[in-house]
Design a protein around this ligand. Structure first.
Ligand code: GLY
Ligand code: MN
Length: 288
């Protein structure tokens, strides 16, 4: 087997050759520690990134309709970001209509949005190197079907419940276990799992993962998946996403909702609280 030298390994070798008299030690643990909590000035920049992201989302609520291409939506986002002095998206925008929403990091953005689809939008502005990370799921024709609305409200319930756990002292591990239980309950109500299946499941491989195969939260900051110490209990100044989702391939439906949450001693502060989230608000804004 040929061992490929990583870019990091090449860099370390080069630096050591160039500066042989220096002592070297790893900075990772310090950077992870420092980047876990944000300074108020950093929070301010993240708020600006979130506010620019809000403008783009509000623009999309007026723009999306049957027949638009996913990449045309991507263009609207980039235009709104740049005209608000963001240098662009913090990561590749995910514009996933219909069954594409079940592909977690779909970035082809190549399909035509169809009447009856739900469209999953995962995008965020970068501002002064800080990232926002938003996800919304909206009906292409402006009105959710009964089933789509049921799944939407299940995800919304999980999101609201999860958010309340983003307080000092909890850990990511406890939090993810708790959210898994809440999700399990919702999936039973949606007839996707049965109580019997859940009672007999292997706790090491819970069944909810079939419909919710990713974590609920990650650190956010200089990077969209920022570095941070994931074993350190939550502290004031940490910022996490909160992003549960339900993906039902057999129904061509994927719904995820995501806001960015600042942890404080006075409870979770939602940096995206002004961005429409309730189903009725989304439908109303789309109607104009
Ligand atoms: N916004 C993309 C992600 O969180 O992976
Ligand atoms: Mn995210």
């Amino acid at each position: 087997m040929v061992e490929v030298e990583t870019r990091d390994a090449r860099f370390i070798k080069k630096i050591k050759e160039k500066f042989p008299l220096h002592n070297y030690c790893r900075s990772t643990q310090y950077l992870h520690y420092l980047r876990s909590r944000k300074h108020p000035r950093e929070i301010e920049l993240m708020r600006t990134a979130c506010n620019i992201t809000e403008k783009a989302f509000r623009r999309l609520l007026k723009f999306v309709k049957p027949g638009v291409m996913e990449y045309e939506i991507e263009a609207e986002i980039s235009h709104e970001f740049l005209r608000n002095r963001s240098r662009g998206p913090a990561y590749g925008s995910i514009i996933a209509s219909g069954a594409n929403a079940c592909i977690l990091h779909y970035v082809d953005n190549f399909r035509e949005c169809q009447d009856g689809d739900v469209l999953l939008l995962d995008f965020g502005a970068e501002y002064a190197n800080y990232a926002a990370d938003l996800t919304r799921s909206i009906p292409v024709n402006g009105k959710f079907t009964k089933r789509q609305a049921e799944v939407y409200n299940a995800v919304l319930h999980v999101m609201k419940t999860a958010k309340q756990m983003l307080v000092p002292g909890n850990t990511l591990d406890q939090y993810h276990k708790f959210v898994g239980k809440v999700m399990e309950n919702e999936l039973i109500k949606l007839d996707l799992l049965t109580e019997e299946d859940v009672n007999n499941q292997n706790p090491e491989a819970p069944l909810y993962k079939k419909y919710f195969p990713h974590g609920t939260s990650h650190f956010l900051g200089l990077d969209v998946h920022d570095v941070g110490d994931k074993y350190r209990p939550f502290e004031e100044g940490m910022v996490f996403t909160c992003e549960p989702g339900i993906y039902i391939r057999e129904e061509g439906l994927g719904i995820r909702l995501e806001n960015d949450i600042l942890i404080t001693h006075n409870g979770p502060v939602d940096l995206m609280e002004n961005i429409p989230l309730e189903l009725e608000d989304i439908e109303r804004e789309m109607r104009g």
